[in-house]
Design a protein around this ligand. Structure first.
Ligand SMILES: *[C@@H]1O[C@H](CO)[C@@H](O)[C@H](O)[C@H]1NC(C)=O
Ligand SMILES: *[C@@H]1O[C@H](CO)[C@@H](O)[C@H](O)[C@H]1NC(C)=O
Ligand SMILES: *[C@@H]1O[C@H](CO)[C@@H](O)[C@H](O)[C@H]1NC(C)=O
Ligand SMILES: *[C@@H]1O[C@H](CO)[C@@H](O)[C@H](O)[C@H]1NC(C)=O
Ligand SMILES: *[C@@H]1O[C@H](CO)[C@@H](O)[C@H](O)[C@H]1NC(C)=O
Ligand SMILES: *[C@@H]1O[C@H](CO)[C@@H](O)[C@H](O)[C@H]1NC(C)=O
Ligand SMILES: *[C@@H]1O[C@H](CO)[C@@H](O)[C@H](O)[C@H]1NC(C)=O
Ligand SMILES: *[C@@H]1O[C@H](CO)[C@@H](O)[C@H](O)[C@H]1NC(C)=O
Length: 426
């Protein structure tokens, strides 16, 4: 290296003499350490100019379009980043103590982006509904997926007593952060956490951290895995007992279990968590006058941090067609079930078409779909059709007899509406 450089310099001295060119054919490299090009307000970073020639002493010059100009040193340490450090950085070396005042070429420029917004990761939970024996996978995603994050996983514990904007306390699930950093310094997309043997509804939160001292992202919004098991310590029942309701129906959600304080939670189709807007809350019952935006998953949370089983509710605009009358809770294998179709003011008694997973399964003059002994194959999405108008579809869950535990709940679930009166609040 030393030799070839001397050769080159000889050539360039000549060049300088002829063309006034004082550049040495060396191109420095700008290195970011840690190597993340997207960083956040408050993080540390070092921008370094590297010239691969140890035999020569250099002074350093920087060029940048950021609001901050690095001093004439090979290393620019950013102790606490902010957006004013965002920009492209390039450097060159100037030979120390040279009569010829020679510089290297400019390095390629390296972009450093600093965001003033603290990142908030997005937690996804899969599957959303628990099935017996299956594990639950949590995934935590930081925007601008840049490297180096370790992930922290928390269980969300309902907090009803004190005012807490989060409404949950977070309990760390494992002592060690789950790292996406491998021992060799390489990174992987290891940003998931698997939970085994979860049997009841639960909420989770994640956040990420990196660097030394560690920089932390915000906590994600809580996300949930729901249990439909009505035999868990707490459950939510719906009256009238059907998944689908019309707009402006009066629906009661009741929290059941040995707890004194409750709140009803609602996770809407838009992926957001709401406190349910109970018109009146009498004891453990929340009464809602339904609107389209009440289509959601509902569950109860107790003052001592318990989650109840969860239910689906679908609200259909009463101008838009009929609703399917189907059970809110899972049906036990071997039990009988009756599905029907209803208009706002009356149950439809004849000529209803029923669909199971979009396949027409009953097309005759009957108004009900009766299944005398439900089996696992009856599980799925159902909808009804009357005079060309379709109801929304709803999932009917079938629970194996072996999953059944001792309980006081009725074993035979029959869903039906006694008369038109139930449907008409007026
Ligand atoms: C070297 O050249 C630069 C301009 O290219 C000038 O600003 C600087 O003063 C010169 N240094 C010496 C030691 O001649
Ligand atoms: C900044 O550098 C990136 C590559 O690192 C390049 O794509 C971009 O065009 C540069 N922007 C400016 C303003 O030089
Ligand atoms: C890092 O990961 C990449 C892609 O997975 C691989 O090609 C590379 O060899 C790894 N480096 C080391 C040092 O293991
Ligand atoms: C709610 O609906 C989903 C499908 O949208 C289904 O997987 C889940 O089992 C349903 N839950 C209940 C309690 O029926
Ligand atoms: C429900 O709300 C609608 C629209 O706000 C209103 O017209 C209706 O009277 C309400 N029903 C009940 C039972 O309060
Ligand atoms: C309800 O909980 C209280 C206190 O936790 C306990 O003393 C009582 O026995 C429980 N009652 C039932 C019916 O489980
Ligand atoms: C239902 O049955 C009737 C008579 O059997 C037939 O005309 C009609 O096309 C059927 N409808 C559908 C959607 O299959
Ligand atoms: C369906 O079952 C109900 C009882 O659950 C019964 O009243 C009704 O007559 C049956 N309908 C048909 C079409 O079999």
């Amino acid at each position: 290296m030393g030799h070839s450089l001397l050769c080159m310099m000889g050539f360039f001295l000549l060049g300088t003499a002829v063309y006034g060119n004082a550049e040495v054919p060396i191109k420095p490299t700008v290195i970011l350490q840690p190597p993340w090009t997207q960083i956040y307000r408050g993080e540390r970073s070092t921008v370094r100019c590297e010239i691969h020639d140890e035999d020569i002493e250099w002074d350093y010059e920087w060029e940048t379009n950021s609001h901050r100009k690095p001093p004439n040193q090979n290393e620019y340490r950013i102790i606490s980043a902010s957006s004013s450090y965002s920009g492209n950085y390039s450097c060159r070396g100037r030979m120390k103590s040279s009569q010829h005042n020679k510089t290297t070429e400019w390095s390629d420029s390296v972009r450093l982006a600093v965001s003033d917004n603290k990142p908030r990761p997005v937690l996804t939970v899969s599957p959303s509904w628990l099935s017996p024996g299956a594990s639950v996978t949590l995934n935590c995603e930081v925007e601008h997926p840049s490297a180096g994050w370790s992930f922290y996983w928390y269980k969300a514990v309902p907090e009803l007593k004190t005012y807490n904007y989060r409404s949950y306390n977070f309990d760390l699930l494992s002592d060690n952060p789950y790292s996406n950093r491998l021992p060799d310094g390489n990174t992987t997309a290891q940003d998931s956490y698997i939970i085994h043997e979860q049997t009841s509804t639960a909420g989770y939160v994640c956040r990420a951290g990196r660097g030394d001292p560690e920089y932390h992202t915000d906590y994600s919004e809580p996300n949930f895995v729901w249990s439909e098991d009505v035999h868990s310590a707490a459950s939510l029942t719906v009256s009238p007992d059907r998944v689908q309701h019309f707009t402006s129906d009066s629906v009661s959600l009741t929290c059941e279990g040995n707890f004194t304080e409750w709140r009803v939670r609602k996770f809407s189709e838009d992926g957001r968590l709401y406190s349910s807007n109970c018109r009146t809350l009498t004891g453990s019952t929340c009464n809602i006058n339904t609107s389209k935006s009440d289509t959601a998953v509902y569950w109860c949370e107790s003052g001592s941090g318990e989650f109840s089983s969860a239910v689906n509710i679908t609200v259909q605009d009463y101008h838009s067609g009929p609703i399917l009358v189907s059970p809110v809770h899972p049906v036990t294998e071997g039990a009988s079930v009756s599905l029907s179709c209803s208009l706002k003011r009356k149950k439809i008694l004849s000529n209803v078409f029923f669909y199971h997973n979009d396949k027409l399964i009953q097309n005759d003059t009957r108004g009900e779909l009766n299944i005398s002994a439900v089996s696992k194959s009856d599980e799925g999405f159902y909808k009804c059709q009357f005079l060309g108008e379709e109801s929304p579809h709803s999932w009917m869950s079938v629970k194996g007899e072996q999953d059944q535990r001792v309980s006081s709940s009725p074993q035979r679930i029959s869903v039906g509406i006694a008369g038109g009166d139930d449907l008409d609040p007026f």
